[in-house]
Design a protein around this ligand. Structure first.
Ligand code: NDP
Length: 312
């Protein structure tokens, strides 16, 4: 803690990126304060079994894994503050982080690990069957759909990528898109169109995801031109209509790209403001994995540590 009451490090976000940053800055004796945010534990709290995080050969459930990350951070002296950040002032150092309950925290460095959220269609059935056939991440969940029939919703590069990835597991993939033309790059669309395992349902939107209360059993599509409804049996629905990074409170203060991702320097977590670092899904639309988020959380901690040494 500085004489002016400022902390060395404040971390916003408690997904794999934020908590890894907390473990590293904690072990470096920087007594990090970690602000939970609206969804403590991040996106892994709503995923099914995690089978691809190294070190867990049997797999591990998301909430248990995040509980372990948190315990490890606490062991090295991380403190936790609950609640959302209402606003930040990055115009001068120490930076000010203002919580929704009015509490203001001053800090020499700020690590932003606020993550991103998959966009959802907004159907109640989609929420009901999330983790039981409905997913927003093929890399995470495709493995559970071996020899199954699945639908992928969306017409951008993410949808194309998810559909192509699913061809390794599922027996049949149908891409549903609300228009005639894909938004995705030509090369990705062509790969999808040429793949014999993939069929297309264009000019269609999802009217309902059908299930037997336990899991997904089918999907009802609506033709946007004729209004006609048609039902298809399936085992899974992958919603791939984009991601929304949680960067709103930093707008106007940090460089943010046209999709809302915080811009960081190449091979670093430095943002456009010295002393402010960003890691995990809020700055990464390419990989979006727990292990890459954790890796970038480690990078942010080391970057913050070096920055603090340089200004002292
Ligand atoms: P995009 O915003 O590019 O595409 C979203 C798609 O979902 C669009 O086709 C859109 O339809 C559709 N959509 C949006 N909302 C709804 C809705 N409510 N109901 C039905 N359909 C909906 O997001 P992506 O995640 O695909 O891509 C984001 C960025 O990341 C892009 O720049 C992309 O190129 C990049 N990316 C690159 C990859 C690569 O190069 N390998 C892989 C993945 C992403 P419509 O077209 O009608 O608006």
């Amino acid at each position: 803690m500085e004489e002016n009451g400022a902390r060395d490090v404040v971390i916003i976000g408690t997904g794999p990126a934020g908590l890894t940053a907390a473990i590293y800055t904690g072990r470096a004796n920087l007594s990090p304060l970690v602000v939970d945010g609206g969804q403590p534990g991040g996106q892994l709290m709503i995923t099914s079994e995690i089978e691809n995080y190294p070190g867990f050969p049997e797999g591990i459930r998301g909430p248990e894994m995040m509980g372990r990350f948190r315990e490890q951070a606490a062991r090295f002296g991380a403190e936790f503050a609950h609640g959302n950040v209402a606003e930040v002032d990055l115009s001068r150092s120490p930076f000010c982080v203002c919580l929704e309950d009015g509490k203001e925290i001053l800090t020499q460095t700020l690590i932003i690990a606020t993550g991103a959220n998959a966009k959802w269609l907004g159907l109640p059935s989609e929420e009901k069957y999330r983790g039981r056939g409905v997913s927003a991440c093929a890399t995470c969940d495709a493995f559970f759909f071996k020899d199954s029939e699945v639908f992928v919703v969306g017409g951008g590069d993410t949808a194309m990528e998810e559909a192509l990835f699913l061809t390794r597991f599922a027996s049949k993939i149908t891409v549903v898109h609300r228009r005639e033309e894909f938004r995705a790059s030509r090369i990705m669309s062509l790969r999808v169109e040429k793949n014999r395992k993939i069929s297309l349902e264009l000019n269609r939107v999802v009217d309902e995801i059908l299930g037997d209360k336990q899991k997904v059993t089918g999907i009802r599509l609506k033709n946007v031109k004729t209004g006609e409804l048609s039902e298809y049996p399936c085992d899974g629905v992958f919603v791939a209509i984009g991601h929304a990074p949680n960067s709103k409170i930093f707008e106007g203060q940090l460089d943010i790209d046209e999709y809302g991702y915080i811009e960081t320097a190449k091979a670093s977590t430095e943002t456009s403001v010295q002393g402010v670092f960003a890691c995990g899904d809020v700055q990464d639309y390419t990989y979006r994995q727990a292990v890459t988020a954790a890796g970038s959380g480690c990078m942010a901690a080391l970057d913050a540590e070096r920055y603090l040494e340089s200004v002292r």
